[in-house]
Ligand binder design. Sequence first.
Ligand SMILES: Cc1cc2nc3c(=O)[nH]c(=O)nc-3n(C[C@H](O)[C@H](O)[C@H](O)COP(=O)(O)O)c2cc1C
Length: 147
Amino acid sequence: MKTIIVYASTHHGNTKKVVDAIAEECGAELVDATAVREKELSDYDLIGFASGIYAARFHPDVVTFAQKNLPPDKKIFYVMTSAMNRDFSKSMDESLKDKHATVTGRFSCKGYNTFGPFKLIGGTGKGHPDETDLRNAVAFYKGLIGS
Ligand SMILES: Cc1cc2nc3c(=O)[nH]c(=O)nc-3n(C[C@H](O)[C@H](O)[C@H](O)COP(=O)(O)O)c2cc1C
C-alpha cells in the first residue's frame, strides 16, 4: 500500500515526532506542508494529514495543501497532537467535504504546549508525545494499513 503523510509541526516538533515514529517503523513517506506546496497524490492509496492544533484547527498550511492537492475519493486519515488531546479533526472534514474522501482513522495524543500563559507555568503536557504515545501512533497506523 502506497502511503504518504502530509504534516505541519511548528510549535515544538511534537507532531513531527509522531509521524517520524510511524515513518521509521512502517516506511510511510512524509511531506512537510510548511515547505512543500504542491504534490501529485493520485498514486497514493492512503493519505494522512498530521498537525499540531492551533486555535482548535489544523495548521493552515496542511489545510491549504489538502484543499489544493487531495484528489477526489481518496482514503485519508488524521493525526493530531494538542494540549487537550481531543479530536479536533472535524474542521478538516468540513474543509475537505468537496473531496468526498473516506476518513479511515483519527489519532490524537497530547503534545508539549507552551503557548501564551502556559509558558509561565512551565507548559503543559511536558514530555509528550512520550514513548507510549509513539507506540500507540504506530499501532494506530499499522491498524490502518492492515499489517
Ligand atoms: C498558537 C497555538 C495555539 C494552540 N491552540 C490549541 C488549542 O486550541 N487546543 C489545544 O488543545 N492545544 C492548542 N495548542 C497546543 C498545541 O496544539 C500542542 O502543543 C501541539 O502538540 C503542537 O504541535 P507541534 O509541536 O507539532 O506544532 C496551541 C499551541 C499554539 C502554539
